[in-house]
Design a protein around this ligand. Structure first.
Ligand code: NAD
Length: 243
């Protein structure tokens, strides 16, 4: 897929990996729909987008409590189409299983699995008519291998891998591809919360001896959007941590 003038909707794209993807797609000539919970984009992010001559719209919505059919319609109507949907918004509420409250489970399953599921349903319905489209789900190596203290997050991210394969099989006949990315430890606000002891322990398990950068995940999303013959896959971006 040639990205120039394509429309890309990225959920949770005001910081971290989502922000890096918004910039990467804008640099490739795509029109980007940025989503976040705040009423407006920060002046700082606006300035970066403007310095890149990015074409973009901002669609504010807390996806954990938004009617996703309505959100999909609003997003679609901004440019009259969506060529690429990236289900990126995600949270974690880490606790050991025996101490995990129902709310910790429900909030993570809701934003990390239910929202991508129903947003994809609403957008793919529209993509079907175009006989073209790309969906990218942001999973995690935790969904492939598990991690102590993240049973809720692992369940949601593993769910996304299965969802990706089933949706890819259903949508392929209409020339719609569905893939997932499973990052390892990427340098963002999500990982900044980890203690130095945990970070040191993780670094020892990464053959490339460093955390990944958000733009390295963004480059993978660009590749998956552009390559017309990859579907149903989960691409691991983890510095060799889980090889
Ligand atoms: P982050 O916390 O920096 O960013 C998450 C984004 O989601 C933010 O923009 C946030 O505003 C948005 N968001 C949160 N709740 C939302 C809601 N209710 N409605 C709309 N947006 C909401 O995280 P990140 O590290 O950039 O992670 C992005 C994705 O990649 C997530 O799905 C995460 O699970 C996944 N991931 C991250 C890592 C990592 O190491 N950072 C590793 C594996 C997977």
């Amino acid at each position: 897929m040639e990205l120039k003038n394509k429309v890309v909707l990225i959920t949770g794209s005001t910081r971290g990996i989502g922000q890096a993807m918004a910039l990467a797609f804008a640099k490739a000539g795509a029109k980007v729909i940025i989503n976040g919970r705040h009423e407006q984009l920060s002046d700082e992010f606006k300035a970066i987008l403007d310095s890149e001559n990015a074409e973009y719209q901002y669609l504010s919505a807390d996806l954990a409590q938004t009617d996703l059919k309505e959100f999909a319609k609003k997003a679609w109507d901004l440019y009259g189409k969506i060529d690429v949907l990236i289900n990126n918004a995600g949270i974690n509420r880490d606790k050991m299983l025996i101490g995990m409250r129902e709310a910790d489970f429900d909030q993570v399953i809701n934003l990390d699995l239910r929202v991508p599921f129903f947003l994809t349903k609403a957008i793919i319905k529209k993509m079907n008519k175009e006989r073209s489209g790309v969906v990218i789900n942001m999973s995690s190596i935790v969904g492939l291998h598990g991690n102590a203290g993240q049973a809720n997050y692992a369940a949601a991210k593993a769910g996304l891998v299965g969802f990706t394969k089933a949706a890819a099989r259903e949508a392929a006949m209409r020339n719609i591809r569905v893939n997932a990315i499973a990052p390892g430890m990427i340098n963002t606000d999500m990982t900044a919360e980890l203690s130095d002891r945990v970070k040191k322990n993780i670094l020892e398990q990464i053959p490339l001896t460093r955390l990944g950068e958000a733009n390295e995940v963004a480059e993978t999303a660009i590749f998956l959007a552009q390559n017309d013959y990859i579907t149903g896959q989960t691409i691991v971006v983890d510095g060799g941590m889980t090889m």
